[in-house]
Design a binder for this molecule. Structure first.
Ligand code: TXA
Ligand code: MG
Length: 321
C-alpha cells in the first residue's frame, strides 16, 4: 500500500528509515530515497525499473549543503546564487568525503545536485537532514508526473508514500548543466533557459542525445532519444489534424480533432510547460479509449521554455528503442 501524506514530518521519518517517498517539487514529482542509504538507492532503481547506468539527482535544502558534497567552482557558485532554489541541476565532481551512495551516481566521479524551490520540498529536505536522491516519479521511459494522481498511476504499491504538494507549477524537469570537466554543457534543457544560464556564466555548449552523438556516450545516460513515451504515436508540427487523432494544441486549436488538450490558448510558454505532461497523459488515455490512431502536436516556438517543451515532445515522438 502506498500512503498519501500531507505531513512533512511523517514523510521525513519514512525517508530516514530507508523507505521510498514520492515528493512534490516545482518541476515534477520526484521518487525520493535517502541518498546515503545503499538499500534505499537500490530500491529507487527497482521501483522505477531504471537501468543502473543512469545516475540520480541529489536534492539539498541549500547551496551550502550541496557544495559540502561536490566541488563548486566560481561558476557553480554564481549559478547557485542566481537560480537556487529553483529548477537548475549542476553536475559537479564528488568530494572524496561525499557520503552519497556510489550507486546514486551510477559509479561516476560526478554527482548531479539540485536545490528545489517548492516550500514543501524545502521543508522535507530540512526535516530529513540527509540528501534525497530523486529521479522523476515515473516508471523508466514514461512521462514525468506533475500531479499526485500521476504518481499513483505510475508507482502505487511500489513505494511507501506520496507527499501531496498539489500540481507542479513549472511542469518540465530541471535543466541539467555539466560543469564537472572545466567546460560547460547543457545536458538537458529545462526550467531555467540556456539564455538565463549564459547571462550568468557566458556561452555554454550542448551535449548531443546518445542516438545523435558521433560515438555512443554515457555522458548523460538519461538523455536517450526515446523517452517520455506515451502509448499512442506522436506526430509533431501538425498543420492539420484528422478526426481519428487527438490534438495537443498551442494557441488557437486546429479544427477537426477527436479530442483536444490546449497547452495554452493564449500561446504562453510557461503555461504550456506546466500543462505538458498532464496533457500527454490525458490524450494518451482518453485517445486510446476513443480509438484514436495518434496524437498530433501543433508547432511550439523554439524559444525560452519552448526549447525544453520541444525536447520532451521530440523524445515522445522518437521511434521506440
Ligand atoms: O526536475 C528534476 O530534475 C526532477 C525533480 C524530481 O528534481 N528530477 C529528474 O530526475 O528529472 P531524473 O532522474 O528523471 O533525470 C535526471 C537526469 C537524467 O537525464 C540523468 O542521466 C542526469 O540527470 N544525470 C544525473 N546524474 C548525472 C551525472 N552525474 N552526470 C550526468 N548526468 C546525470
Ligand atoms: Mg525522468
Amino acid at each position: 500500500m502506498t500512503a498519501l501524506l500531507t505531513d512533512v514530518a511523517e514523510a521525513a521519518r519514512l525517508l530516514r528509515d530507508g523507505q521510498l517517498v514520492a515528493f512534490p517539487s516545482e518541476t515534477v514529482y520526484g521518487l525520493g530515497g535517502d541518498a546515503t542509504n545503499d538499500h534505499a538507492v537500490a530500491g529507487i532503481f527497482d521501483a522505477k525499473g531504471r537501468p543502473h547506468f543512469n545516475p540520480l539527482i541529489c536534492h539539498y535544502p541549500d547551496a551550502e549543503a550541496a557544495f559540502a558534497h561536490v566541488v563548486a567552482d566560481e561558476r557553480a557558485r554564481k549559478l547557485a546564487a542566481a537560480f537556487w532554489p529553483g529548477p537548475l541541476t549542476m553536475v559537479l565532481r564528488r568530494r572524496p568525503e561525499c557520503p552519497v551512495a556510489l550507486l546514486a551516481g551510477a559509479g561516476l566521479d560526478t554527482l548531479a545536485v539540485r536545490v528545489p524551490a517548492h516550500p514543501l520540498t524545502q521543508a522535507l529536505l530540512r526535516e530529513t537532514g540527509r540528501p534525497v536522491a530523486g529521479p522523476s516519479a515515473n516508471r523508466s521511459g514514461r512521462v514525468s508526473p506533475t500531479a499526485v494522481a500521476h504518481v499513483l498511476e505510475e508507482l502505487s504499491g511500489r513505494i511507501a508514500a506520496v507527499l501531496d504538494g498539489g500540481d507542479c507549477t513549472v511542469g518540465v524537469e530541471s535543466s541539467v548543466l555539466d560543469l564537472s570537466s572545466g567546460g560547460a554543457a547543457l545536458l538537458r534543457p529545462g526550467g531555467i533557459t540556456r539564455e538565463q544560464i549564459e547571462a550568468v556564466i557566458g556561452p555554454i555548449g550542448t551535449a548531443l542525445p546518445i542516438a545523435a552523438a558521433p560515438e555512443p556516450t554515457l555522458r548523460s545516460p538519461g538523455m536517450m532519444l526515446s523517452h517520455y513515451a506515451p502509448g499512442l504515436p506522436v506526430r509533431l508540427n501538425a498543420a492539420q489534424v484528422g478526426p481519428d487523432e487527438a490534438l495537443l494544441a498551442f494557441g488557437p486549436p486546429l479544427p477537426g480533432a477527436a479530442l483536444v488538450w490546449n497547452l495554452s490558448p493564449a500561446g504562453d510558454l510557461r503555461e504550456a510547460a506546466a500543462r505538458l505532461f498532464a496533457g500527454l497523459r490525458r490524450l494518451d488515455e482518453e485517445g486510446t479509449r476513443l480509438g484514436c490512431k495518434g496524437i498530433a502536436v501543433q508547432p511550439i516556438p523554439e524559444t525560452g521554455l519552448g526549447v525544453a517543451i520541444n525536447d520532451r515532445l521530440g523524445r515522445a515522438a522518437a521511434p521506440r528503442e
